[in-house]
Design a protein around this ligand. Structure first.
Ligand SMILES: C[S@@+](CC[C@H](N)C(=O)[O-])C[C@H]1O[C@@H](n2cnc3c(N)ncnc32)[C@H](O)[C@@H]1O
Length: 223
């Protein structure tokens, strides 16, 4: 049997073996369990990240690496007139998130797709907001992935990427390093008005970076 059946791993990539790898690509029965754990994750962290998205004026929102789909549901409830889309490379997460958002999917307000941030299955300038929580640490080439995120955002659009590092030995300094690294990568990817934040949390702070897509066409052409 194909070792990649049931997931959409890139060719040559192995099925996740340990729990850390499962969080990066939930697969099979253990992946199902990981999804249930994600669903009861820190709601305060999500609310904070979503507050940075300025959802009151959003019309098309994208989440990359939606996992269990709880934040897709949260956005759909907070931004009642917005259309909410999502991409995740795990088929198991796609199943769980679609089930969790069944009403929104049936109403045509929620669109969840299999796929990877390296090649987003959307046309240029489709969204005015994009966000991702605790997924960026699994992205293969972050600068390229951030450029891809910028491609699907409209001029004036906003990207918000958050991570609360949970690797063994992570400390507040690890969170601060992520903030700095992501700020530099946002800049390389052509975002403007970039600012990084740290929010106190246990066991370590949440790092978050916000960036805009230039709305001035002349400036955008130079980035
Ligand atoms: C730790 S989970 C976080 C899920 C959710 N955002 C949350 O905060 O609970 C990471 C998710 O990112 C997804 N992911 C990892 N790498 C990805 C990639 N390159 N493209 C799309 N999704 C990816 C995984 O499949 C997984 O569902």
């Amino acid at each position: 049997m194909n070792a990649h059946a049931g997931s959409c791993l890139p060719p040559g990539e192995l099925r996740p073996r340990n729990i850390h790898e499962q969080f990066g690509n939930p697969t099979g029965p253990m992946g199902w369990l990981v999804g249930q754990v994600m669903a009861v994750k820190n709601a305060a962290r999500s609310r904070w990240v979503l507050s940075l998205l300025r959802l009151e004026s959003a019309s098309d929102v994208l989440e990359v690496g939606f996992g269990s789909g709880v934040d897709v549901r949260r956005v759909a409830r907070l931004a009642l007139s917005a259309r909410v889309s999502g991409v995740d490379r795990s088929r198991e997460m796609l199943r769980q998130a679609r089930r969790r958002n069944a009403a929104g999917v049936a109403a045509g307000r929620v669109d969840l797709r299999p796929g990877s941030v390296e090649a987003l299955p959307f046309a240029n300038a489709t969204f005015d907001r994009a966000f991702s929580i605790n997924s960026v640490q699994f992205w293969p080439d972050r600068r390229r992935c951030l450029r891809e995120l910028r491609r699907v955002l409209r001029p004036g659009g906003l990207a918000v990427i958050a991570i609360q590092p949970r690797n063994k030995g992570a400390t507040a300094a690890t969170s601060a390093e992520w903030r700095e690294r992501l700020e530099a990568e946002f800049l390389d990817a052509g975002f403007t008005a970039i600012h990084g934040l740290l929010r106190d949390a246990r066991p370590v702070p949440v790092a978050c970076v916000v960036g805009e897509v230039a709305s001035d066409p002349e400036l955008a052409a130079t980035l």
